[in-house]
Design a protein around this ligand. Structure first.
Ligand SMILES: [Zn+2]
Length: 342
């Protein structure tokens, strides 16, 4: 924990004191580009794949029955092509088969698998290959035990597996939600960041009602994230660097209880972490004034009107976005470059 807070100090100084305009960096990344896989040379394939994968995917080999890692595999998630990452099957399509290879009764829709007659080895079979990269997967038979009657018999080596995500949620108030949403939306591991109203007493409030300051709501962002990719600690660390948690009911020129700083925790772990970080930041006098962020149990969250969602992305030319949100975000993108979605 101490380490997190020390990092905080550096980042805080950077975010609040640095005035230079951060350059937008081109985040293009071709690593996950699956479009040109068919043009890869055999040499390139050999570099990408293990020897076993190459033998099966590129040379139409077959792994020995009952030996593959996914034969008895039973976990919720998605099976992908080991050659290119195309999603081919989900766990609910898999059934226990005595044939010795992972077996599925159907495929993910969208023409991701190509079926071709195969007369090799003196047999009449139908080969299945990945439509995206041409990788050999196995064969398909009409003897499946479920209502589809089909058995996709696939080599484990042709597949990779991505476990189903267990998602977590936290609701944070840090002043105008346009800026907060725009920042968290860009983080790798954040599945969604929704602008809305939290912690008030009026049901389904409108923006206009919240703006009066009489509904008790704070402008907040509900963040849904994959804890395996980004931790609650990191999210809270970022929270304390993108706003000033020491000004009561105020962020810069935005004044009122709707602009208060708040953490609406969803479980005890979030509460303990939030309180611990606040205590540590106060003890270390990272801010010249005490932190006034409220830490309260989550009670309600109402999504804001559609025009507030992705407001910054859609209204970059507006003065508030240009002069208030953009400079803050540019610094944020620079500091957290490594954590952004690619
Ligand atoms: Zn593929």
């Amino acid at each position: 924990m101490k380490k997190i807070v020390q990092i905080n100090i550096l980042l805080l100084i950077f975010l609040f004191n640095s005035c230079g305009n951060a350059q937008n960096e081109n985040q293009n990344d071709n690593k996950n580009n699956t479009n040109n896989m068919k043009n890869l040379t055999e040499k390139e394939w050999k570099e990408r794949l293990t020897e076993e994968q190459y033998h099966i995917l590129r040379e139409k080999g077959t792994e020995r029955p009952f030996t593959g890692k996914y034969y008895m595999h039973n976990e919720n998630g998605t099976y992908k092509c080991a050659g290119c990452g195309a999603e081919l099957f989900t766990h609910d399509m898999k059934f226990e088969s005595e044939c010795g290879w992972p077996s599925f009764d159907r495929e993910i829709e969208g023409g991701k698998i190509i079926k071709t007659p195969d007369y090799s080895h003196g047999m009449r079979r139908v080969e299945i290959t990945c439509a995206n990269c041409g990788g050999h997967l196995g064969h398909i038979f009409d003897d499946g035990p479920t209502e589809t009657g089909q058995r996709y018999c696939v080599n484990s080596e042709s597949l990779t597996f991505e476990p189903e995500q267990t998602l977590d949620t936290i609701t944070l108030a840090a002043g105008c939600f346009w800026c907060v949403e725009a920042a968290f939306d860009k983080l790798d591991g954040v599945v969604s960041a929704v602008s809305g109203y939290a912690g008030g007493h009026l049901k389904n409030p409108t923006y206009r009602e919240v703006c009066t300051g009489n509904t008790g709501h704070a402008e907040a962002v509900q963040i849904t994230f994959n804890p395996e990719k980004i931790s609650v600690e990191k999210i809270l660390e970022i929270f304390f660097t993108i706003h000033d948690p020491t000004t009561l009911n105020r962020q810069g020129g935005d004044v009122g209880t709707q602009y208060r700083s708040g953490i609406f925790y969803q479980n005890e772990k979030q509460k303990e972490l939030a309180e611990h970080i606040i205590t540590t930041l106060n003890d270390q006098k990272v801010f010249s004034d005490p932190i006034v962020t409220e830490v309260t149990p989550f009670t309600n969250f109402y999504s804001a009107e559609n025009y507030h969602q992705e407001y910054y992305e859609l209204n970059k030319q507006e003065p508030y976005c240009q002069f208030v949100v953009k400079p803050k975000l540019d610094k944020f993108y620079k500091v957290y470059k490594e954590l952004l979605k690619k």
